[in-house]
Design a protein around this ligand. Sequence first.
Ligand code: ASP
Length: 328
Amino acid sequence: MKLRKSLLASFCAIAASTFNAGTAAAQKDWPTKSIQMIVPFAAGGPTDSIARLIAVPMGQALGQTVVVENVPGAGGTIASTKVARSAPDGYTIYIHHMGMATANALYDKLPYDPMKDFEYIGQVADVPMVLLGKKDLPANNFKELEAYIKANGSKVTMANAGPGAVSQLCGLLFQSRLGVKLTNIPYKGTGPALTDLLGGQVDLLCDQTTQTIPYIKDGRVKAFGTTTLKRLPAIPNVPTLNEQGMKGFEVKVWHGIYTPKGVPQPVLDKLNAALKKALNSPDVKKRLDDANIDIVSASKATPKGLKDHLDTEINVWGPVIRKANIPD
Ligand code: ASP
């Protein structure tokens, strides 16, 4: 019996050391196949564009392709749940914006904990938003828009990318500041929402500058105000919402890269190094700069920079969302 026990013990010890050696080798060789980058919104939107922009140089830095997969729905929470439940092997990575922080206050119960179920690779970029209207909307500036909304109330439609999306947050904050309730229409991302705004099927949309600047410049959509405290250099004629009476109205959409909880440290280190390299790529810098998007500082593009910021933002947005009765 004793012999059986000690044989079993030595077998387990050998198995454990072989397993550890195998895992260490696997971590050293990682990545040996393509990596999936999950995007929580539909293709063609701002989150998707940033993902595709950095996936290429991250893949180059890692020596494997980073393949973008869109998992849209429920303002990003479907994708967050999927990632939290994925294998922690480094082959699933996740890009999400500040919805990672706001969903906590918008949903009664999330099937994941943003502070416990993920590893944090680093922040990516901060993206301004603009309040947009369809080209044929009778209002031509913010004052006229206010009057139009007051006259038409819930006949006015506003698109968003679902509860937890920043387009929804921005749209509902705007309505709460005006003291009105419009008809809010959820999409699977602001990519398809912008298509409908361009087609005139929906009246208003709060969207990021990632794709919208060319449409604003050529008049295919109307821009009523930016969600920044200062005007944006790419569209200097568009006033801020702050300067038009909505004092302190500021939404800058930060983004971060995550993995499921439990990815080994050497793999996390490689992912962070690849992210930093991608953010330093001249092509990424230029394309983000053209859309007035700020690449984060080196200290924010770190696991601590992201985790601390997420923690702060959960605490910042909770009270704002509750005070504005979002969703009511
Ligand atoms: N960023 C958008 C939002 O949260 C969604 C998207 O990227 O499509 O509204």
